[in-house]
Design a protein around this ligand. Structure first.
Ligand code: C2E
Ligand code: CA
Ligand code: CA
Length: 666
């Protein structure tokens, strides 16, 4: 198939060549017409001369001889015309051939033709394509094309020409031929199969010199594949390298993904220039640490990736080395920057796709992140399973409400003074049809990613407030506690949602407790929201005090009505002096600030005794009751007349005495 551009140029050149040929043809015809004329003239010359010599007065009268010349003239003319016709036919044939040849080798300043025979040997070449003569550089003509072109291009070029010879549609194809010493000229060619043409007998490559364009493209490509700050290959380049390694089946290669931590702080402290200097230095150190043929790339704002060859624990040792060079302080001129990182390892084993490798790296990075700064984690199949579960939950959560898979369980909060049920905490449950019960922590994490936290909370709020009417029958004035996630505060609708739910359920605001973890109080709009809720009469609880966050010092300053001691503190309260001291301090703080203190996670009579002794007002935990369904709670309140003693619900935890301060358990 000849590309249209080339075809058009053929047409133009054929028209030019026709003009030249027609001039030649007329000249030749003039000469050839002279032949019969001269032949006829020669035939007629004898009789005519005789007639003249024997004219009257010169000789006795005789009949004229010239009519005898007529047949000779006619014969001469016919013979001459035959000669002209033949010559013309030959000329036409020559013209056809020369046109074909011309077509084959048509050339201009940009385009030039190259003819190869069936063995792909160059049989014709436009002068413009010949490389400048030089030592060891024979002319192209006569050489095999594969020996002439750039070695990297030979295979593809041969395939392309085979396709063309087989009649398959072929587009333009690029390849390189030698130019001046040491350099290459980039050609882009279309091909036409003129092997049937007796004068060409070959494949004609209509070439166009695109060296300048290729140079520009090369520069652009180089730019597009380079991280402008560090000068390292960028994400696109690394993906290309990864693709190549996967195609080459290289199980000895491991992808190391490094997530840098501390750049944000460096930017805050030193400005952008300082942070950039630190990143550039990290890039330099990484490059200097890996082997020359390992690929290092800057694949994200604070992410580097290495594709390293190595077996056994070599990649792990490399990861440790990389961590240590990252953690070595970086002098930026004005200050030192301390960075740290986590590293994920993904061996390129098995039939992995590029996407799977990237996916695995992200999972392993998340795993390393969860393990803490300076962690190295290899990808494990379980990580994929965790992610698959999360994805399924995420997909199913939206419809879970409609399918009535979500429910609320209730856990009583008991006043230690008289064991009255002072309140209940609403705890979310999801019974997934395939995966079974899903813990609320997991549900909330999924809801947050799916943007469903607010919808979920509105539903729990409505359920809780609707249940309060039933509960109040047996426990008048019972408090209803509902957890709120920081994401709900951040969404900015918490106050409106609470107000709407209270209005709908006709619950006095002071019977509702909103439990917030400490991080929710740190959000920008928390102060306003908390103030608005308290103005409405809603009570606020600080949840999980003494848990994972060392927040005790701030607890006294937060605008809350209730403090809930985290169950991790309670677990040690009867054995650990430190935990006991913290609980005592919080109980004392509560008394001073007139804030109720609820001890959460009470599992043993011993813990309860200690809490009672230190004057803690309220307790919640498995010792008293696990979270239970609403009808069970209603029955419990009815039968106990609003009180709850250990052992009343589902027996007591195994091996523990259902005795409290010597009092008989009811
Ligand atoms: P939380 O607010 O601290 O809720 C108390 C958790 O402690 C509940 O776990 C409860 O079952 C558990 N617990 C109570 N007593 C004991 C005990 O004696 N021993 C032990 N080992 N555990 C005890 P659950 O129901 O799994 O809830 C876990 C967390 O999920 C809750 O912690 C809360 O942060 C969150 N959550 C539950 N429901 C909701 C909700 O509707 N909204 C929000 N935002 N979070 C919720
Ligand atoms: Ca809670
Ligand atoms: Ca809690």
């Amino acid at each position: 198939m000849i590309p249209p551009r080339v075809r058009l140029q053929f047409r133009v050149r054929t028209a030019d060549s026709c003009g030249v040929e027609w001039n030649r043809r007329w000249r030749r015809a003039g000469w050839l017409l002279a032949v019969p004329v001269l032949t006829g003239a020669a035939g007629a010359a004898g009789p005519l001369a005789a007639d003249l010599l024997l004219a009257p007065g010169n000789a006795p009268a005789q009949p004229p001889l010239w009519p005898a010349a007529v047949p000779a003239v006619l014969v001469g003319l016919v013979a001459g015309l035959a000669v002209v016709w033949r010559a013309e036919a030959r000329a036409a044939e020559r013209l056809r051939r020369s046109e074909a040849h011309y077509r084959a080798l048509a050339s201009s300043s940009n385009d030039a033709a190259l003819v190869v025979d069936g063995e792909l040997r160059v049989t014709g070449v436009a002068p413009a394509l010949e490389p400048p003569a030089g030592p060891g550089r024979p002319p192209l003509a006569g050489q095999l094309l594969v020996d002439v072109v750039h070695p990297d291009d030979a295979d593809e070029l041969v395939h392309w020409l085979h396709d063309a010879a087989a009649g398959a549609p072929t587009g333009l194809h690029g390849f390189r031929i030698p130019a001046a010493a040491g350099s290459w000229r980039v050609l882009e060619a279309g091909v036409s199969d003129l092997r049937e043409d007796a004068d060409v007998r070959g494949l004609v490559l209509h070439c166009r010199d695109v060296t300048d364009r290729a140079d520009r493209e090369h520069e652009l490509r180089a730019l597009a594949y380079t991280d402008s700050l560090t000068g390292l290959p960028n994400c696109a380049a690394q993906r290309a390298a990864l693709r190549e390694l996967l195609a080459a089946q290289r199980p000895d290669v491991t992808l190391l993904q490094l997530e840098l931590h501390g750049i944000g702080e460096a930017r805050e402290a030193l400005g952008r220039a300082g942070a950039d200097a630190a990143l550039t230095e990290v890039a330099r150190r990484l490059r200097a640490t890996v082997r020359a043929d390992d690929h290092v790339a800057c694949t994200g704002p604070e992410q580097f990736t290495v594709l390293a060859t190595g077996t056994g624990d070599e990649p792990d040792r490399l990861a440790d080395r990389l961590l240590s060079i990252i953690e070595t302080p970086i002098a930026t001129g004005t200050a030192f920057v301390d960075l740290t990182a986590v590293v994920a390892l993904v061996p390129l084993t098995g039939d992995l796709t590029e996407e799977q490798v990237i996916d695995r790296a992200e999972l392993a990075v998340a795993d390393a992140r969860a393990a803490g700064e300076g962690s190295v984690r290899r990808y494990r199949a379980e990580l994929g399973a965790v992610r698959d579960r999360r994805d399924q939950l995420r997909g199913d959560l939206a419809g879970a409400l409609d399918r009535r898979e979500l429910t609320v369980l209730w856990q009583p909060v008991v006043a230690l003074e008289d064991h009255r049920v002072n309140g209940v905490e609403a705890l979310l449950r999801w019974r997934h049809p395939v995966l079974g019960d899903v813990a609320p922590d997991e549900v909330l994490a999924v809801a947050e990613r799916a943007g469903l936290v607010v919808a979920l909370h509105r539903w729990v709020l409505r359920e809780a407030i609707a249940a309060s009417a039933q509960l109040s029958v047996h426990a008048p004035g019972i408090n209803i506690a509902v957890n709120a996630a920081p994401a709900h505060v951040a969404a900015g609708t918490l106050v409106d949602d609470v107000a709407a739910a209270l209005a709908e359920g006709r619950l006095p605001a002071d019977r509702l407790v909103i439990e917030l973890p400490e991080e929710a109080f740190e959000l920008p709009r928390a102060t306003d929201d908390v103030a608005a809720l308290r103005l409405m009469g809603v009570r606020l609880a600080l949840d999980d005090l003494g848990g994972s966050r060392p927040t005790l010092s701030r607890a006294g300053g937060l605008p809350v009505d209730i403090i809930k001691l985290d169950r991790s503190l309670l677990a040690r309260v009867d054995r650990d002096r430190h935990a006991r001291a913290v609980c005592e301090a919080v109980v004392g703080l509560g008394a001073a600030l007139r804030v109720d203190v609820v001890a959460e996670g009470v599992e043993t009579a011993g813990q309860l005794a200690v809490l009672r002794a230190m004057g803690c007002g309220y307790a919640q935990g498995f010792l008293l009751s696990r979270p239970i369904p609403l009808p069970v709670l209603v029955e419990l309140l009815r039968s106990g007349e609003g009180t709850l003693w250990p052992g009343a619900v589902g027996g007591t935890p195994a091996g523990r005495t259902p005795v409290l301060d010597g009092a008989q358990v009811r």
